[in-house]
Design a protein around this ligand. Structure first.
Ligand SMILES: *Cc1c(COP(=O)(O)O)cnc(C)c1O
Length: 343
């Protein structure tokens, strides 16, 4: 019985066609900026977002951390949601790498509003508190269950940032899931943010890689910061080739991931042993069992059917759909959910 791994959209393996693109890539030493495939990927994304420049990073965390460093000075403060990846899941890098603190906002499913941002800004002439210099948004939100921002709210956040001289960074690890869901364009985001990070290794299904895209005046130091963080790579065009292949071939299938997640949520809601199922917008489903005590039993029955999902603690369970989750697996998973017996 084939394993169904729904812990994350990072578990995908490259397809045969993607491997072919990797194997035939032209490469060079990217530390000398001589890797034609990396350069092509960076140009492709900069153009896609209508922004000046882009830089390839090994991970999304490093791309976000570099962005934060580009926007801030030690002692300053950034504003983000209390569930933000940059605050919760990047190893404390905000303080380690940039000497910056986070003002946490109590948002809705990981999303914050323009008025919450405005309320969180420290008065710049009040020298007792850290100087606010950056706002970080996340779209889609990870811990918030794949929720997507309303573009109009982001426009209002941009306005607040302009009025107060703040930078605006987007952690867009799963931005393409939002774009596909809402029929938006990458350029809609390129117009509003100073820097944007996107992951190639989540929904797009490459083995590694993220790209930081941004305005020239900020990006001119990005390569130095990446070097400091240890992210200068050599013949990494093999991985950039996977990224180019994914952008050309895997964007549209994200709609399928989003639909399947919605179908899973619908079935979950109809089952008597399931408690709350959080609203699903993209490819992440967060749900709770009615009775937390049977959690081990539930996970065990899934495991017996060779199905893996994430346990996020405090009764929170997570499913993420992805490229390697086929229609056949989908049907088997839904069937298994219906057959679970926790009595
Ligand atoms: C996955 C993810 C990242 C980057 O994670 P890496 O594992 O470092 O590539 C950043 N932000 C969000 C919201 C994510 O989901």
């Amino acid at each position: 019985m084939q394993e169904i791994d729904l812990r994350s959209d990072t578990v995908t393996r490259p397809t045969k066609e993607m491997l072919q693109a990797i194997m035939t890539a032209q490469v060079g030493d990217d530390v000398y900026k001589e890797d034609p495939t990396v350069n092509a990927l960076e140009e492709k994304l900069a153009r896609m977002f209508g922004m000046d420049e882009a830089l390839f990073f090994p991970t999304g965390s490093m791309a976000n951390q570099a962005a934060i460093k580009l926007h801030t000075q030690p002692g300053e403060q950034l504003i983000c949601d209390k569930w933000a990846h940059v605050y919760n899941y990047e190893g404390g890098g905000v303080s380690f790498n940039s000497g910056v603190s986070c003002k946490l906002v109590d948002g809705d499913r990981g999303m914050i509003t323009a008025s919450q941002v405005e309320e969180s800004i420290n008065p710049p002439d009040f020298y007792h508190s850290p100087l606010t210099s950056l706002v970080c948004l996340e779209n889609t939100t990870n811990k918030g269950g794949g929720a997507c921002y309303d573009l109009e709210e982001i426009k209002r956040v941009r306005k607040v940032c302009n009025e107060h001289g703040l930078g605006l960074h987007l952690d867009g690890a799963r931005l393409f899931n939002a774009i596909v869901k809402k029929g938006e364009e990458p350029k809609d985001f390129g117009k509003l943010f100073d820097t944007i990070s996107v992951c190639l290794s989540k929904g797009l299904g490459t083995p590694m890689g993220s790209v930081l895209i941004g305005k020239k005046e900020l990006m001119k130091n990005a390569i130095r910061v990446r070097k400091v963080l240890g992210g200068g790579m050599r013949q990494v065009g093999f991985m950039a080739a996977a990224g180019i292949y994914a952008l050309d071939n895997h964007l549209e299938q994200l709609a399928k991931d989003n639909t399947r997640a919605a179908e899973i949520a619908q079935i979950l809601s109809s089952l008597n042993y399931i408690g709350n199922v959080e609203p699903v917008e993209t490819n992440i489903v967060i749900f709770y069992l009615k009775n937390v005590e049977v959690e081990t039993k539930f996970m065990k029955q899934l495991a017996e059917n060779n199905i893996r999902i994430s346990n996020m603690g405090q009764g929170k369970l997570r499913i993420v759909t992805h490229l390697d989750y086929s229609e056949e697996m989908h049907n088997r998973f839904l069937e298994t959910l219906r057959k679970v017996d926790l009595s």
